[in-house]
Design a protein around this ligand. Structure first.
Ligand code: PLP
Length: 274
């Protein structure tokens, strides 16, 4: 696959603020691969190094707030960043650094709320994660992309079990103040995996037949970064979500081809290339 690239214009740049996943399925590594697959240049601000396997809990080694601040400020002052993706923030002090930057960004910001790894283990230290996300981050971003469990935590409700409950929760999430909400239905048991986008008072369901995926590690990071890449390239939010959804479905479907671990292996962001 060749991406149409206009060599006369500078490359489109996004910044990802996220954690490193040493298995390279999620986090910064997923973001770099996803951006590259979309023809977007990805700059990084790393919040934490993690050491993890496909099955065990992640060990987390956060950077200092000063180190995060320096990474963000050097990128923002030297590169033409067109959109920002926020993933794992690791702890309240690092979240505060990002919250201060959110007041200064005048570009689209996609926030993927990351509280824990699917394989187990917390990726945010401290008990007040949800309150900090609600108060300091969500009101200042373009889009939040919670899955059903993260949405339940943000709303202090049980996770939605069916489409009606998802619709009620997507409206409740919008009240938290982001410009738009994409509630991901990938983790429920309905035959259709429906995601709900609520933007400018319009609800758009994106349904796809449920995939019996053995390997979906990194799917949340990949989807959020794919949306960020689309927004940076000038797509509208519904267009960026539709393109990202189609991409993540391919990346999940082809994850099996990597044959790295028996289950919970990475999705394949370069499935269109090899
Ligand atoms: N960020 C990091 C650094 C991670 O290690 C993980 C999961 O292990 C995540 C984010 C969340 O991953 P997912 O895209 O599967 O939601």
């Amino acid at each position: 696959m060749l991406i149409d690239f206009d060599a006369k214009r500078p490359a489109t740049v996004i910044l990802t603020i996220a954690g490193s996943d040493n298995t390279a399925g999620a986090g910064i590594q997923a973001d770099l691969k996803t951006g590259a697959a979309f023809g977007v240049y990805v700059a990084t601000a790393i919040t934490a190094i993690t050491a993890q396997t496909a099955t065990g809990p992640a060990e987390v080694f956060p950077v200092t707030p000063e180190q995060l601040e320096r990474q963000i400020s050097t990128v923002m002052t030297t590169l033409p960043v067109a959109a920002v993706k926020i993933g794992m923030l690791a702890n309240p002090a690092l979240l505060a650094v990002v919250a201060a930057w959110l007041r200064r960004f005048e570009i689209p910001v996609v926030l993927d709320p990351v509280f824990g790894a699917t394989s187990g283990g917390a990726l945010f230290e401290g008990r007040e994660a949800e309150a900090l996300y609600r108060q300091q981050l969500i009101p200042h971003v373009t889009l939040i992309t919670p899955n059903l469990a993260e949405a339940g935590r943000l709303l202090e409700q049980a996770p939605a079990q069916n489409y009606e409950q998802m619709v009620a929760q997507v409206y409740a999430l919008k009240q938290l103040g982001s410009q738009a909400v994409l509630l991901k239905g990938g983790h429920n048991t309905l035959p259709l995996a429906t995601d709900c986008l609520l933007a400018e008072e319009e609800l758009t369901p994106y349904s796809a037949p449920r995939q019996t995926a053995l390997h979906s590690h990194g799917s949340g990071c990949t989807l959020a970064t794919a949306i960020t890449a689309g927004l940076a390239q000038g797509l509208t939010l519904p267009q960026a979500v539709a393109a990202a959804k189609s991409f993540i479905q391919g990346a999940i479907r082809h994850g099996e081809r990597l044959q790295l671990v028996p289950k919970n292996g990475p999705v394949h962001q370069f499935y269109q290339y090899w």
